[in-house]
Design a protein around this ligand. Sequence first.
Ligand SMILES: [Zn+2]
Length: 408
Amino acid sequence: MRTLFGPFTQIITMSNLPLNGPISEKDLEIIYDGGIIVEKELIIEIGKFSLLTNQCDEVFEITSPHVLLPGFIDCHTHVCFAGSRANEYSKKNEGISYQQILSEGGGIYDTMEKTALSSYDELKELTENRLNRHFSEGVLTCEVKSGYGKDFENEIRMLQIINDIDTSNPYDLVSTCLAAHVPPKNADISSEKYLSSIINDLLPLIKKDKLSNRVDIFIEKDAFNVKEAKAFLKLANEKGFDTLVHGNQFTNGGLNVAVDSNSISVDHLEVINETEIKYLSKSKTSAVVLPGCSIGIGLPFAPARKILDHGCCLAIATDWNPGSAPMGDLLTQASIIAASEKLTNAEVFSAISFRAANALGLKDRGVIEKNKIADFIGFNISDYKEILYNQGKIKPSFICKRGKVYNN
Ligand SMILES: [Zn+2]
């Protein structure tokens, strides 16, 4: 069955745009009064609506003005967690630093406790509720990390829940093992021993049950250092995992480890110097910036403009997590960093569509093109520029995921 969707006032295809560097507004391909023909899960034709009506079996008619974009992709989240850290947020706003809260055993350790205390079904429901909201806001593909497991059993349980939710919902999830989030609390093993235990004991189990093919590590003062991270990523690579890095959030160094390890992305980059940006631009590693985290902790954004101007591939993600980024609204955050960093509409939409897909190693989505997955979202407006102008307050009113329509 070939279904023609449309007519859409504007289809912003995100097609034929570069993977790296700046993109000017005039490079956006816009199809006016456009239509898309979908067969099963794939886009098979795209063009002027009136020219497509005789090539389809049925029409899904859009009766009000709509601007269409590829479904959004959030390539960095921690939405699998239990508990609230509102108290801690309030303390931070009183002036107490995140590092201090962390060193007093709060912060992430509090989330680990509460996550461990929740049942499988409770944790699944909490996670699913967040992802359902994300889906209704246009995020049709989402990465979710483990990393709040207080032991390997809990890490595996998180990954099982993420996979379970992926199977039973329309949206697609990409799971990532972040057992190397912080060293275990009060552990009598060194960081080095803990990391080698992830490699030798945890990753084989994850591989056996196909729970994830991605391994992440947090390189920072209170997490893991450059030297141990380098050795860890090399071994994870050898085991056949894609690797990525939380780096350059408060201190430099993580970026170089990511590039040297051929990591697929390096995420955060709030603290980054010119030499590092140049080093990144010569690599295949994507830069992922996380404005929601800057908003949550009240620190400057990563220099997204500079990162693009040096020719890097830039994605924007929410980092949705209970500590530093509780909002989880991708479009709002992307709109805010756009105004602050002077990013064009084209650069912002790229950063939450095909460039985010690239950071996840996905080639089948992120653009509205023939033979791509039929993932697209429509906004009830007549001009795409309204989307960022409204700073996230206009949500999609039409959602098509793998060719199926989910009305908001
Ligand atoms: Zn993160």
